[in-house]
Design a protein around this ligand. Structure first.
Ligand code: FES
Length: 164
C-alpha cells in the first residue's frame, strides 16, 4: 500500500524543514551564548598565592590580603580577599575568613582586650574562639568560614571555603 504525497504536502514539508534548519542554526549560537556561564564547570576559585611563605606562618593569627581572579557570568575581575592565617595546636595551617557570620562585619583577632586569643566582632560583640568556632551566647550562630590551604614550593596557597 503506497501513500501518495501531494504537491502541497511536499512543499509544506520541504519549506518547513528548511525554515526549521535555518532557525536552529541562528538560535543555537544565541542560546549557547546566553547560558554559557552555566555550562562552564566550576566557575569557582582554585588555589591562589597568599603572599606568605610557610615559615612566616606562626601560631598567632595574622591578617593577610590576597587577590583572586573571579568570574561572575561574563564579567571577570580581581577580587580582594583577606584571611587570618595561623598554625593550630596540631601544626596544621588554618586560614579563616574575617567576615562575621552574624551580619557580615569584620572580626579582629584580639580585638577586645577583655577576650584574649579570640576573634571579636565590634558590631554586636560577636566572639569566636581562635579555631573560628563561635562562642555560645554571642550573636554569631556559625563558625567563621575556613579556606582550604596547601603549601607548594614553600609558599602558602589559599583555596576555596572548606565545605562543611
Ligand atoms: S555582625 Fe558580627 S556580631 Fe553582628
Amino acid at each position: 500500500m503506497s501513500k501518495k504525497v501531494s504537491r502541497r504536502q511536499f512543499l509544506t514539508y520541504t519549506l518547513g524543514g528548511t525554515a526549521g534548519f535555518f532557525a536552529s542554526t541562528m538560535l543555537f549560537p544565541m542560546v549557547r551564548f546566553a547560558i554559557d556561564p552555566v555550562l562552564k564547570e566550576g566557575g569557582g576559585v582554585g588555589f591562589v598565592e597568599a603572599g606568605l611563605s610557610e615559615k612566616d606562618v606562626t601560631d598567632t593569627p595574622q591578617l593577610i590580603h590576597y587577590d583572586v581572579e573571579a568570574v561572575d557570568g561574563w564579567y571577570e575581575f580581581i577580587e580582594k580577599r583577606t584571611a587570618y592565617v595561623f598554625k593550630n595546636d596540631k601544626g596544621k595551617i588554618v586560614a579563616l575568613s574575617p567576615t562575621c557570620k552574624h551580619l557580615g562585619c569584620t572580626v579582629n583577632y584580639n580585638g577586645n582586650p577583655k577576650f584574649k586569643n579570640e576573634f571579636f566582632c565590634p558590631c554586636h560583640f560577636g566572639r569566636y574562639f581562635k579555631d573560628g568556632t563561635n562562642v555560645p551566647g554571642t550573636p554569631p550562630l556559625k563558625p567563621l568560614d575556613e579556606y582550604e590551604t596547601k603549601i607548594e614550593n614553600g609558599r602558602l596557597l589559599i583555596g576555596p571555603v572548606v565545605k562543611a
